[in-house]
Design a protein around this ligand. Structure first.
Ligand code: EPU
Length: 337
């Protein structure tokens, strides 16, 4: 495989930030991956998937491995279920659409999430009441130092809200090569609990939705408030929705009776970061080419040629402001590089 030098990463990250990789290789098979790991044993590596959850603030002086291993296989079928495996380099949304076309249910709420399949388990992607962990059975990965294949079963992955073992004790140790899902062939377990999905279906007078109806509704909702990275650079939600204890929440609610919230358990309440950011006056604000999206304050955007540091500066302003106003510490969802 070819190694390229001083390669621009602008089209490899959905924020569209121009930084350069000292070395860059596109990996199209597990064998290629094993070989490049052997040949570059002592080199510092940077694993790049769809580039949809990172903010690049500097050049990468490492060998960048762009994991582009393609292929989808149906590995087991029963009357009611299939096991569908996707290699890591498939585009996530294309994979979801493949499943919908074949009437495999379970991923429809996760339509239109940017990125590749291989990075989906790292942050346990989620949207509209569904998370990857609800259908993922296992994922295969190569251990970077031993170059051995390791299979992680769902429970090994320690999934949480936008979290997994790959962001904690196994961070930087594995390259995910394949992800397997158990999906339904009939009697799909539809999740229409999210208000906007219900509304979209009612508006269209759909009373018995198919997985395609749900996917179409999700696509419509996402398109109405989330910017398309092909048009405006962004990485989806920049921050996680914070969780506060009930005592803290009651005080916030007294001061802000309209505060939206989701109860997690008796002691914990999740608050939408987008609301906090909007209340702090950042929604739609722009500084040069960097800004806060006008329709969803949780999304920071690159209108054209913003640098990673310009975006980072805005995120720091937001964090300080939310801390001062609400005594809440926002955590980034996006990885800052
Ligand atoms: N809100 C505002 N102002 C805003 C944005 C949101 O007041 O500018 C309020 C909304 O009115 C609503 C609440 O916040 O009451 C929640 O908003 P929304 O439904 O848009 O969802 P979110 O909590 O902001 C999360 C995920 C999204 C996912 C949606 C739908 C996180 C960090 N984000 O956003 O995921 O698509 O729910 O399930 O959990 C992503 O991770 O990149 C992502 C886009």
């Amino acid at each position: 495989m070819k190694i390229e030098y001083n390669k621009s990463l602008k089209r490899y990250n959905t924020f569209g930030i121009e930084v350069f990789a000292s070395e860059f290789a596109t990996i199209t098979s597990v064998t290629e991956l094993e070989n490049i790991l052997i040949e570059n044993e002592n080199k510092s590596l940077f694993i790049l998937s769809g580039g949809s959850n990172m903010l690049l603030t500097k050049n990468i002086n490492s060998l960048v491995l762009h994991i582009s291993i393609k292929g989808i296989t149906v590995t087991e079928a029963s009357d009611t279920h299939v096991l569908v495996s996707s290699n890591a380099g498939e585009n996530w949304h294309d994979f979801v659409q493949y499943c919908i076309k074949n009437n495999y249910g379970g991923l429809e709420n996760l339509s239109l999430i940017p990125g590749y399949v291989g990075s989906a388990p790292i942050q346990n992607i989620g949207a509209y009441g569904v998370e990857l962990k609800d259908t993922m059975v296992s994922c295969e990965a190569i251990n970077i130092s031993t170059r051995k294949k390791h299979v992680f079963l769902k429970n090994d992955c320690k999934f949480g809200y936008r979290n997994s073992i790959f962001k904690n004790e196994s961070k930087g140790k594995y390259i995910i090569t394949k992800v397997t899902f158990k999906l339904t062939k009939k009697e799909h377990q539809l999740n229409t609990s999210y208000g906007a999905i219900e509304k979209a279906l009612t508006d269209q007078k759909i009373t018995q939705p198919t997985i395609k109806n749900i996917s179409d509704a999700v696509i419509k909702i996402r398109q109405s408030k989330l910017p398309d990275p092909a048009e405006i650079g962004n990485s989806g939600s920049f921050f996680k929705n914070p969780v506060v204890n009930t005592g803290h929440f009651i005080k916030l609610q007294q001061a802000h009776p309209n505060i939206p919230f989701y109860k997690i358990d008796e002691n914990h309440i999740k608050i939408p970061a987008g609301w906090l950011i909007e209340q702090s006056g950042f929604k739609g604000k722009r500084w040069g080419d960097a800004g806060v999206h006008e329709k969803q304050a949780l999304v920071l955007v690159n209108y054209n040629n913003a640098t990673g540091n310009e975006i980072l500066e805005i995120s720091k302003k937001i964090v300080t402001s939310i801390k001062d106003k609400f005594n809440i510490s926002l955590e980034t969802e996006v990885n800052i590089i």
